[in-house]
Design a protein around this ligand. Structure first.
Ligand code: 5AD
Ligand code: SF4
Length: 468
């Protein structure tokens, strides 16, 4: 039996009496351990920090070892079929843990929870609780229900929820970089995309709470924040603050705080945003601007609401207003009916922009999306694979060219920590978001800025030495 959630109000009323009987509602959870793992986008990682905060208020503590956990949460992604498959495989691993510890609570959060809802409880017998991205405040009730021997679901989407007042608990943090969620949901309806269905309508978070969070992070020693939203350029807070203005407000927290953001949308990115970036040295010169396809007909089928010319115009504006700005992208290959010539237009767009970095995907049909309803997924798998290889090869050439351009230049690097390969080297990132490796110098610690002369590179990393 599971209790499908009916509505927050009714639930809260039913629970109020019981909550009052406990001297401290968090007592019953004291010492219980939460393990939380995230898949998919940065937004999901950021959401897990909100979930951890809510659970800690309930008395839980977090653990990095799932074998000692009382509650395992898996924050899931639905973007492509293989993202969902990865989660299902992981759940199989947790099955082994649960057979040894029958009291273990397993929860599925995030986009797959939203997409599959209660069906999850039937399909994956080990799951006890299913919580959609707008329902995390209901976790105290849901965990109570599970503790009473029920299964629990809340996948209600909200038009208002932004978790603005929740202080995220930083997970897996280096104490230097943090994500700040500035908006939730998406109103774009790209035909391939499941996000509008899993994360609901777009809503922007109170600008003051964002600036406060950035300022608190800075005071705790953080030196880089990334403002997150599905489409940051359509940020609009009721007080009349647009994204360019928000960016400026966050940049003014301190010149020593680096500000990044993701994701920009080609239809919405304004010159005002670009000029704001150019004005503030601490807003990093890096823009993630997903193109998806270089062909206007395919872009129309994808419902991206811009065409090839428009995208090129935005690239030209970036190059004019912020010379040296790094640009990365997302590409989907093998979208419904994509011809060979259209694929070549994606390659020629890549040649035009010479992206610093790209995330490249084969089209994966997602149930319920506009494309799934309207178009046949008709490009054979081997054609998708071949096109993807061509795109990946081209991107490698471009990434290499971009790296070579940095050689001989002095990079302002924020030290993140030691290099993965050697404790004798530090790793950090330059303004354009490239990783830079250089020998440790005792005078500098992680979280500080240093000037590094780039001397050589691999395809993804600059290697150099500190220059004073
Ligand atoms: N198939 C393949 N890639 C997709 N993306 C989103 N939906 C799909 C899909 N159905 C990619 C897009 C998007 C990125 C986050 O994931 O490129 O920008
Ligand atoms: Fe995956 Fe999109 Fe959900 Fe992020 S918003 S977890 S990318 S489906």
């Amino acid at each position: 039996m599971f209790n499908s959630h009916i509505g927050e109000k009714e639930h809260n009323e039913a629970r109020q009496g019981e909550a009052l009987m406990l001297e401290n509602p968090s007592d019953k959870n004291n010492g219980r351990k939460l393990f939380i793992e995230s898949y998919g986008c940065a937004m999901n990682f950021s959401d897990s920090e909100i979930v951890a905060s809510i659970m800690m208020d309930m008395g839980f503590e977090t653990t990095a070892d799932f074998k000692e956990a009382d509650v395992i949460f898996i924050n899931t992604c639905s973007i492509r079929e293989n993202a969902e498959q990865r989660v299902r495989n992981r759940l199989k691993e947790f099955k082994g843990v649960k057979s040894k510890n029958p009291g273990l609570v397993v929860g599925v959060l995030g986009c797959m929870a939203e997409r599959l809802k209660a069906k999850f409880l039937e399909e994956e017998k080990l799951v006890d609780v299913v919580v959609g991205p707008d329902a995390y405040r209901d976790l105290p009730n849901l965990i109570d229900l599970v503790d009473e021997g029920n299964k629990a679901v809340n996948v209600l989407l909200s038009r208002e929820e932004t978790y603005a007042d929740i202080n995220p608990v930083r997970l897996n943090t280096n104490g230097i970089s943090a994500f700040i969620s500035i908006m939730r949901g998406c109103d774009n309806m790209c035909s391939f995309c499941v996000v509008p269905f899993t994360r609901g309508r777009e809503r922007s978070r109170d600008a003051h709470s964002i600036v406060q969070e950035a300022s608190d992070l800075f005071n705790q020693g953080y030196r880089e924040v990334t403002l997150l939203g599905q489409n940051v350029d359509s940020y609009k807070w009721e007080g009349g603050v647009n994204f360019a203005q928000l960016l400026e407000m966050v940049a003014l927290v301190s010149p020593a705080l680096r500000v990044r953001f993701s994701t920009s949308h080609p239809k919405d990115i304004t010159d005002e945003v670009l000029h704001t970036m150019a004005r503030h040295e601490n807003i990093c010169n890096y823009i993630h601007l997903p193109v998806q396809s270089g062909n206007s007909r395919v872009l129309e089928l994808m419902n991206r609401t811009y065409d090839r010319e428009w995208y090129i115009n935005r690239i030209d504006a970036i190059r004019n207003i912020i010379p040296g700005c790094a640009i990365s992208t997302d590409v989907i290959t093998g979208f419904c009916t994509e011809t060979e010539e259209e694929h070549l237009e994606t390659l020629s767009m890549m040649d035009y922009v010479q992206y610093d970095f790209a995330y490249m995907f084969k089209y994966s049909e997602r149930p319920g999306t506009l494309a799934a309803k309207r178009y046949a997924d008709d490009i054979p798998e081997e054609v998708k694979s071949r096109r993807l290889t061509e795109i990946v090869d081209r991107q490698q050439q471009h990434s290499h060219i971009r790296m070579l351009e940095q050689i001989g230049k002095v990079q302002k690097v924020l030290i993140d920590g030691f290099s993965k390969k050697s404790k004798n080297d530090y790793a950090g990132r330059n303004d354009q978001n490239a990783t830079v490796i250089f020998p440790v110098d005792e005078r500098y610690k992680p979280g500080q800025y240093v000037n590094v002369l780039a001397e050589r590179c691999t395809t993804a990393t600059l290697i150099g030495k500190i220059v004073d």
